[in-house]
Design a protein around this ligand. Structure first.
Ligand code: ATP
Length: 334
């Protein structure tokens, strides 16, 4: 649905050149909720603004729904942009217009007849749970409600893609979670592909299926959220994963003298099966749990256990083999 090919964006200020985005290529599939995470200054905002050409990349191509936006003349680009909705951290609502008027705005620009606009606005307000608030002004709404207006407005022209620029960063945790649920519903019910940027791993974990990690203008890691989350490769990704409290602090188990220390990853329904117990029981080995967690990423349960396996080398070896045969990812870490 979105293909970014070799995107770079450089800003020139006199003799100073800042490279905000440095040769980024990404493929975002139809139906994905794709998250880009990075620290402040990593280039996320610049990159997401390149997708609808609010920023024109210095180099590279942006292909959305098969159309190369970077090759379009301005009239055609305006049309293509209607298929790309966008929401913002600070909502960007018209403060002197009511909720209805804010949502109607892109429809008026698209010259939709008045009666149709009324029906469409009703539909959109219902979708985002604001049917009772249509005649209010933005100042009379909470942050979460303002973002719902932003979402309704972004969806007005039936976009294929929704871009979310730090859409929950100005919201408290509870409101964040209600907006994230709404985005997930929109993705599922309307099949809209979502590309979001954030500096919070929790946002990625709650709703994204794919993630890219940005650092100093470059994508340093990309993949399925579960893979990246459970096996972060770079330090910057490890730091983001550590933001989420239920991950296990690596590497404090090397002082266990008696046995071998093993990290077992569970993904999916096996998380709730007594596999470890069953495999250990077949042998003369025993185990002690040193640390463990079970959680959920989007709809997938997952868990990690760090256990010390005690017993003869043959017994512990056969436990490891048994666990691997049953599809678990097992690492000996001490
Ligand atoms: N218009 C501009 N002119 C010059 N430099 C810019 C411009 N916009 C962004 N930059 C620089 O590009 C780099 C990336 O900025 P960008 O806002 O894309 O990062 P970010 O990851 O979105 O950070 P934040 O979360 O703080 O917005 C920064 O060094 C920034 O100072």
């Amino acid at each position: 649905m979105i293909q970014l090919e070799g995107i770079s964006k450089r800003y020139k200020n006199g003799k100073l050149v800042t490279t905000a985005v440095d040769d980024v290529s990404l493929t975002i599939n139809k139906g994905d909720i794709f998250g880009i995470i990075g620290h402040s200054g990593a280039g996320k905002s610049t990159l997401i603004r390149c997708v609808n050409l609010l920023e024109r990349p210095t180099e590279g191509r942006v292909i959305v729904g098969g159309t190369d936006l970077t090759a379009l003349k301005s009239g055609m680009l305006q049309d293509a942009r209607k298929r790309i909705g966008m929401i913002f951290q600070h909502f960007n609502l018209l403060t002197t217009a009511t909720v209805r008027a804010n949502v109607a705005f892109p429809l008026e620009l698209a010259k939709m007849p008045r009666a149709q606009i009324r029906t469409r606005v009703d539909e959109l307000l219902k979708l985002v749970g604001l049917s009772e608030h249509g005649d209010k002004y933005p100042a009379q709404l909470s942050g979460g409600q303002k973002q719902r207006v932003g979402i309704a407005r972004a969806l007005a022209n039936n976009p294929h893609v929704l871009l979310c620029d730090e859409a929950t960063s100005a919201l408290d945790p509870q409101t964040t979670s209600s907006i994230l649920s709404l985005l997930l519903d929109i993705n599922r019910q309307l099949g809209i592909t979502i590309l979001l940027i954030t500096h919070e791993m929790n946002v990625i974990r709650s709703i994204c299926n794919r993630v890219a990690v940005m650092d100093r203008g470059r994508v340093v890691e990309t993949g399925d959220v579960l893979d990246v989350f459970l096996k972060p490769q770079t330090q910057v990704t490890k730091d983001f994963v550590a933001q989420v409290a239920d991950t296990i602090d690596p590497g404090h188990f090397d002082d266990r003298p008696e046995g071998i220390v093993v990290r077992v990853h569970f993904i999916g329904e096996v998380t709730y099966e007594p596999i470890l117990y069953e495999e250990v029981k077949k042998t003369g080995a025993t185990f002690a749990i040193l640390q463990g967690t079970v959680s959920r990423m989007k709809d997938t349960p997952y868990g990690q256990l760090v256990v010390e396996l005690r017993g003869s080398a043959a017994d512990t070896g056969s436990v490891l083999e048994g666990l691997r045969k049953r599809g678990l990812d097992v690492e000996v870490i001490g």
